[in-house]
Design a binder for this molecule. Structure first.
Ligand code: NDP
Ligand code: 8X3
Length: 288
């Protein structure tokens, strides 16, 4: 005991006058915070699931947030919660399928919010799960308009600023459905394959401007996704996640956080993130 205390005293005696050591420590913590402190991220579909979890994760990193979605009450509640983490938050309520609404909302941002550093294209959905010959064209329109055209409208509105500033980062939320096609997944899979192609296209077109482009492709994540897919049928939605440990929204938010906190010369192109109990879009190890 006495020996340990004497050793500690000697150690402190060495450290305290050694101002290089303390400067090193201060700089380490400062440089990490400064790297992200003044950044602005725009997250589409922040009112639920992966988008909401990502908002919290990025707020913890000191990133100011533009949060978007169609459910205004949720946006306002989320803004209040996020502000408790000492970041600035700007909610914008619009439907990504409505090109004029997207242009209106993102073209009229207050000046201090215009320099968006990070765009998380997350808003998306599956609607229905039928064989193609039994499919509902309203469901098809919703998926194509949201997952493909909505993502394009938002990206088109945000990227000119990034190009002019020659910096920025785009993270598209794809899916295992963008890597494989599974029975009755037809149109949803097609939209996520489109996200895969658009991510590659963006990376090529934005290459000269130093803009980083990433796709994250999750497997089964328990969110409102299946409830939306099955048109509010909670029993059917719940069955999707029975018998195995699914991912949760925060698992994907942590991946987004990892991508965002890489140094500027590092781009993560593509991440496929699955539950351990899921090997492909349709192959699960389930226990009853
Ligand atoms: P949720 O249903 O929980 O969240 C979807 C979000 O998208 C909501 O915030 C919703 O907000 C928003 N959204 C949907 N349609 C529109 C629209 N037309 N305009 C604006 N916002 C819209 O699902 P997830 O969090 O799971 O989904 C997020 C993304 O992850 C989607 O792109 C999905 O395809 C993808 N994904 C999900 C997986 C999963 O298993 N959950 C797996 C792989 C990918 P609001 O209703 O307020 O507009
Ligand atoms: C959601 C995952 O497998 O239901 O994109 O398509 S899946």
């Amino acid at each position: 005991m006495l020996f340990a205390s004497v050793k500690l005293l000697f150690f402190l005696d060495y450290l305290l006058p050694n101002h290089y050591f303390w400067l090193f420590l201060i700089n380490q913590s400062k440089s990490k915070k400064e790297f992200v402190m003044s950044k602005i991220a725009l997250i589409t579909g922040a009112t639920a699931g992966i988008g909401e979890a990502t908002a919290f994760k990025l707020a913890e990193e000191g990133i100011n947030l533009i949060i978007t979605g169609r459910r205004e009450a949720r946006l306002l509640q989320l803004k209040n919660k996020l502000e408790q983490l000492n970041v600035r938050v700007l909610p914008r309520c619009f439907d990504v399928r409505d090109e004029q609404a997207v242009k209106g909302a993102l073209g009229s941002l207050p000046e201090e919010w215009q320099e968006i550093d990070i765009l998380v294209n997350n808003a998306g959905l599956a609607a229905g799960m039928n064989a193609l010959h039994e499919g509902d064209s309203d469901d098809w329109d919703r998926m194509i308009d949201t997952n493909v055209k909505g993502l394009l409208y938002v990206t088109r509105a945000v990227t000119p600023g990034m190009v002019a500033r020659r910096r920025g980062q785009i993270i598209n939320i794809g899916s295992i459905a963008g890597k494989e096609v599974y029975p009755n997944g037809n149109v949803y899979c097609a939209t996520k394959h489109a996200v895969d192609a658009l991510t590659k296209g963006m990376r090529i077109d934005l290459l000269p401007y130093g803009i980083r482009v990433t796709q994250i492709c999750p497997g089964a994540v328990e969110t409102e996704f299946s409830l939306v897919r099955f048109h509010g049928d909670a029993v059917r939605a719940g069955k999707v996640y029975e018998g195995f440990e699914n991912l949760v929204a925060n698992d994907i938010a942590e991946c987004i956080h990892f991508v965002v906190t890489r140094p500027p010369h590092v781009n993560i192109n593509d991440m496929v993130v699955m539950p351990t109990a899921q090997a492909t879009a349709t192959l699960f190890h389930k226990v009853s």
